[in-house]
Design a protein around this ligand. Structure first.
Ligand SMILES: NC(=O)c1ccc[n+]([C@@H]2O[C@H](COP(=O)([O-])OP(=O)(O)OC[C@H]3O[C@@H](n4cnc5c(N)ncnc54)[C@H](OP(=O)(O)O)[C@@H]3O)[C@@H](O)[C@H]2O)c1
Length: 306
């Protein structure tokens, strides 16, 4: 048996329980991974709270990102580049219900973890990283752009801002004052969100804003439209009503891709992309971990290490 985090009813983090479940067997094209780290995402909390509907039966598992070590391999288990997965490989990826000691996953949802990337960072990268990459595919960014990234201190926003900087853009990022120095150090021009946002953005970008990559919602979109940003140059991952209302863009249910995750983790390994970790928690402390993650003002990922 192994321990897994499950819940029997929607609600606050206190509905989460540690339960003994069977250790999975590797099927064709799949592997078993001994989980070393799981980065928590707002999505996990919203599904658990019942804010995002799912038809999944109770008891439900939770968690979507992970890193770990391959402990068993099914037949035909290959990475997307066609090389075989081997027992002992250090990997990261995405799967359903990752908050457990051992999980089973399709080999095509895995990439190799570079030795100099920690399990905590690797186990946090898939959701925010792939979402950031999808934003830049939806609204391509180049050297001539001045880009507004909302919640640039958050996991998605910070990765998005860094990818936009790497693409050569000037990047303005919204955040609480306490996070401004951190953004400045990364090359992002910080601006406080809240009332008066459009005026502060006009002052920070007198040349005009040419693209917006949003993970905060309506306030950012309203400010961008007020400043004359073209709707097709505004991407949101949170305000789907604004997509229909204003004709702005969203990647929607974008496809997760191992080649994209591989590119992201190589950037982390090379030191050109950073995903900070705020705190690591043992599996026994999963309720405290979710409570912190849902406080909405983090300085990095909240990670559970089974
Ligand atoms: N559609 C998708 O595929 C997808 C994928 C991933 C995430 N998301 C969504 O994207 C959002 C961000 O996710 P995340 O993982 O980056 O979360 P996160 O790491 O918890 O970051 C949240 C950020 O929101 C900022 N914030 C808090 N209150 C705000 C406000 N009133 N206005 C503007 N910003 C505010 C915080 O900045 P300060 O601390 O500086 O105040 C914090 O940096 C979540 O709603 C998540 O569900 C969607």
């Amino acid at each position: 048996m192994q321990r897994a985090v499950q819940y029997e009813e929607t609600g606050s983090p206190s509905v989460l329980r540690l339960t003994d479940v069977a250790v999975p067997e590797p099927a064709d094209g799949r592997v078993v991974v001994t989980v070393r780290a799981v980065g928590l995402n707002p999505f996990d909390g919203k599904v658990r709270a019942g804010l995002i509907p799912t038809k999944a039966a109770f008891p439900r598992g939770i968690g979507g990102d992970f890193s770990g070590v391959v402990s068993a391999v099914g037949t035909n288990a290959e990475y997307v580049d066609g090389t075989p997965v081997a027992i002992g490989d250090e990997v990261l990826g995405w799967a359903a219900s990752t908050l457990r000691e051992q999980l089973t996953v399709a080999s095509t949802h895995l990439v190799r973890k570079p030795a100099n990337v920690s399990f905590a960072v690797a186990g946090s990268l898939s959701t925010p990283g792939q979402t950031a990459a999808a934003a830049l595919r939806t609204v391509p960014i180049g050297e001539s752009d001045t880009v507004l990234v909302s919640s640039a201190s958050g996991s998605v926003g910070f990765l998005t801002a860094q990818l936009a900087l790497t693409a050569g853009a000037r990047v303005i990022g919204t955040a609480s004052l306490s996070n401004h120095e951190r953004l400045r150090a990364a090359g992002i021009v910080p601006v406080t969100y809240g009332a008066g946002l459009a005026e502060r953005l006009r002052a920070a970008a007198p040349e005009g804003i040419s693209a917006v990559l949003d993970s905060a919602g309506r306030e950012t979109i309203d400010a961008a439209l007020a400043l004359g940003v073209a709707p097709e140059r505004i991407n949101t991952i949170v305000d789907y009503a604004a997509v229909d209302e204003f004709g702005i863009r969203t990647p929607g249910q974008y496809e997760r891709r191992a080649d994209v995750l591989d590119d992201l983790v190589r950037r982390v390994s090379a030191g050109t992309l950073e995903l900070p970790v705020q705190q690591e928690f043992a599996l026994d402390d999963v309720v405290a971990a979710f409570t912190l993650m849902e406080s909405r003002h983090l300085t990095g990922k909240v990670v559970v290490t089974p």
